[in-house]
Design a protein around this ligand. Structure first.
Ligand code: ADP
Length: 220
């Protein structure tokens, strides 16, 4: 399903999310107060607009409340990031993802209603975009710099009716299956290697984000 995205702030983070979303066929509106940055994305994004997102009229005139996802990728200006996130939630944007500069900033963003807060200072925009558009990654939680926990829907029939040992997750994908959520809602925690993967299963796996992405591609 195609959804629409708006990205506020075209630094490295917002920029890489934009590129990845466009590559995966999504419609993306980008907004930045810096004209040079906007010009860079003129031919990449679906729409690119110069504007100050702290100005409520600007946000309203862009129809920001009609977007499924808005990503607040404002860098250093923590005050702006907080104000914009607050306005977006007040306007009723269903999914607001905001980038936090530090732990305190993250706590404030969560308090004022950001649906997802990304702590990372590193260039992980590509990964996040992958997550937003993947139908099969239902949940993605960073456990540490290195490891993430993801819940992935199994849709490829090649995976059905085979045991974990046959599927060889650890060797093949570098992932550990920590639980299986069955179609009927039952959860098998710490499944044996002989557990059989069935249709309608979700797998909870731990591994690096790259490995999760790799499995996501294979499992489709
Ligand atoms: P990153 O760490 O992702 O590289 P930067 O600080 O370089 O972040 O980029 C943040 C971007 O957000 C800049 O391009 C800046 O112009 C933009 N920005 C900051 N404040 C606002 C605002 N109020 N409205 C629109 N864009 C903003």
């Amino acid at each position: 399903m195609k959804q629409n995205y708006a990205i506020i702030g075209l630094g490295r983070f917002g920029g890489s999310i934009c590129r990845s979303l466009v590559e995966s066929g999504q419609e993306v509106l980008v907004i930045d107060s810096n004209e040079d940055r906007v010009n860079e994305y003129m031919n990449i994004a679906t729409h690119a607009v110069v504007g100050n997102a702290q100005d409520e009229m600007t946000l309203r005139s862009l129809g920001i409340r009609n977007f499924d996802h808005v990503i607040v990728a404002i860098g250093e200006d923590i005050q702006a990031s907080i104000l914009v996130t607050l306005m977006l939630k007040e306007m009723g944007v269903p999914n607001v993802l905001a980038k936090a500069q530090n732990e305190y900033h993250a706590r404030v963003l969560e308090k004022i209603g950001a649906d997802k807060v990304v702590h990372s200072e590193r260039d992980m925009g590509v990964r996040i975009a992958h997550n937003l558009v993947s139908k099969n990654i239902l949940e993605f939680i960073e456990l540490s710099d290195e490891f993430s926990l993801a819940e992935i829907r199994v849709t490829n029939a090649r995976f059905f009716n085979r045991t974990l040992i046959e599927l060889n997750f650890r060797q093949k994908y570098g992932l550990t299956v920590v639980a299986i959520r069955r179609g009927n809602g039952k959860v098998v925690v710490s499944p044996d290697a002989t557990e059989v993967v069935q249709e309608y299963d979700n797998l909870l796996v731990i591994g690096t984000a790259e490995d999760v992405d790799m499995l996501d591609e294979k499992i489709n």
